[in-house]
Every structure is written in structure tokens, then in C-alpha cells.
Design a protein around this ligand. Structure first.
Ligand SMILES: C[S@@+](CC[C@H](N)C(=O)[O-])C[C@H]1O[C@@H](n2cnc3c(N)ncnc32)[C@H](O)[C@@H]1O
Length: 249
């Protein structure tokens, strides 16, 4: 059997906690229905809570395995990659955006940086990313580095395109996230492109990038193909914006 690339599961501890809680609540509810341990109302509440947790876990699994891949394709298409660019994927994990971007290159380079936290992505390590790049036949266009997005190992104004998927929110502190955005602004060429996909803090990214003087900063509407639903913050690319009139458009 030909091995397939594996892009992992986002936030595995959250998926695990939701699944276990769901199973425990369902088990507790069945005890309520089959004996008189507690009232029927309590048993129904446990059942609803259990089913809700299991549904959320399944939605997160679907998102990692399918929804995210479809959203990735739209994001990469919006960049209109010519082929000779240097593209950086921040928090590249197993290479979801990195490898899709590399497929559009002819002479350019796609560089992924990460600190490989396995609480953010299952079995997260650079060997898997390089293996995925090999399986997708783009290994020669891909480079993987260990680096923190708050201290990027690139010269000022040296990068054409910067992308990130579900990565910036993993920096918990607002000031620290701002450092990552300042690094993006430092290394990106003046007319460079940005596409950041995330499920929270996207308003904050828009405001910071505008304050840094970036033009054509656009925030997309919610994309429900992923769970939690995401927005895309884009600079100089053709991502469909929020409806006209929104204060951040
Ligand atoms: C949810 S995973 C997403 C991975 C990949 N972008 C994807 O969409 O499949 C978040 C990634 O961000 C990385 N990460 C978290 N904080 C980071 C930081 N400060 N600098 C670089 N990478 C970071 C984690 O190690 C992880 O690989």
C-alpha cells in the first residue's frame, strides 16, 4: 500500500478530553435510566451533555481530517502564487499549508518553521513534515526549521508570502502574539502577501497589521467548513471579505 501524508489532529488533548467526558456522561446517564440512582431528568441532562461532548470531538476530528484540507486549498488559491516566491508557513506542523504552497512553486522555496508542540498537533515533529513533503513529491522545494514565530530566522523584507494555519492563537499572551505579527511585518517584503487562518484573535491581527502600515488588510467571514469555524486575515490576496460596512474591512 502506498503511504499517504498525515497532517495530524489539532489540539489532541482537547479532543481526548471531550471524548472521555462524552463517554462518561453517556455511561452515567444509562445508569440513571436503568436504575433509580438519580432522577430521570438528571439522566436526560447527562445524556444530552454526553452527546454534545461526543459531537464536538467528532466535529474537531472531521475538521482536522477533511474540513481543514478543503479550507487550505482555498487559502492557497487566493495567493495566486507565481512559482518563484519564498513562502514561509508559521507553525507549519506537519506541513498542511507548507506542502500545498510548495506544489505551486517552480523555482521558489517553501519554508516551514515550528517549535513542534505535540499538545497543539498530534505527533508533531520535523521528520513527519519532511516525510509528508517527500510523499507529496515536493521535498526539493521544502525546508523545515525549528524556530519560534516571535523570533524569525529571516532577514528584513526578504519573504514574499507568509501563511499560518491555526498557529498564532497558540501564543496565549496578546503582547507575545503582537511580537509574532511584528516579526511577520519585519521579514515580509513591502508588497508581500499574508494569509492567516485562525479561530480566534483575528480582529486583533487585522488591527495590528493595519497599525504597522500594511495595506489591503482584509478579514474574511466565518468559514464553517472547519471546527471551530475560522476566519482568514489576508493582505494583498483575493480572499472573499466580510460583508461591506464591517468596521474591519
Ligand atoms: C494546531 S497546530 C497547526 C499546524 C499546522 N499549521 C496545521 O494547520 O496543520 C499549531 C502549530 O503551531 C506551532 N506553534 C505554537 N506556538 C508556536 C510558536 N511560538 N512558534 C512557532 N510555532 C508554534 C505548534 O507547535 C503547532 O505545530
Amino acid at each position: 500500500m502506498i503511504p499517504k501524508p498525515d497532517y495530524g489532529i489539532d489540539a489532541p488533548p482537547v479532543v481526548r478530553a471531550l471524548s472521555i467526558s462524552g463517554i462518561l456522561f453517556c455511561a452515567a446517564s444509562s445508569k440513571g435510566f436503568s436504575s433509580s440512582s438519580y432522577s430521570l431528568t438528571t439522566a436526560y441532562i447527562f445524556l444530552i451533555a454526553g452527546l454534545l461532548f461526543i459531537t464536538l470531538a467528532l466535529l474537531m476530528l472531521y475538521s482536522s481530517k477533511s474540513g481543514k484540507l478543503k479550507q487550505r486549498d482555498r487559502l492557497i488559491d487566493s495567493l495566486s502564487i507565481k512559482g518563484n516566491e519564498t513562502i514561509v508557513d508559521l507553525g507549519c506542523g506537519k506541513g498542511l499549508l507548507l506542502i500545498a504552497a510548495a506544489k505551486k512553486l517552480t523555482s521558489g522555496k517553501a519554508i516551514g518553521i515550528d517549535i513542534w508542540k505535540d499538545t497543539d498537533l498530534s505527533k508533531n515533529n520535523p521528520d513527519t513534515t519532511n516525510r509528508n513533503a517527500m510523499l507529496e513529491n515536493v521535498a526539493e522545494r521544502v525546508e523545515v526549521k525549528t524556530a519560534d514565530m516571535r523570533d524569525l530566522p529571516f532577514d528584513d523584507e526578504s519573504i514574499d508570502i507568509i501563511v499560518a494555519s491555526m498557529a498564532l492563537h497558540n501564543i496565549k499572551n496578546k503582547e507575545e502574539r503582537k511580537k509574532a505579527l511584528q516579526e511577520i511585518n519585519r521579514v515580509l517584503k513591502p508588497e508581500g502577501k499574508i494569509a492567516i487562518m485562525d479561530f480566534k484573535h483575528t480582529d486583533e491581527y487585522v488591527t495590528a497589521l493595519k497599525e504597522m502600515g500594511r495595506r489591503n488588510v482584509v478579514l474574511s467571514g466565518l468559514k464553517f467548513g472547519m471546527f471551530p469555524p475560522v476566519r482568514i486575515v489576508s493582505v494583498n490576496c483575493k480572499y472573499n471579505p466580510r460583508p461591506k460596512g464591517h468596521p474591519l474591512c
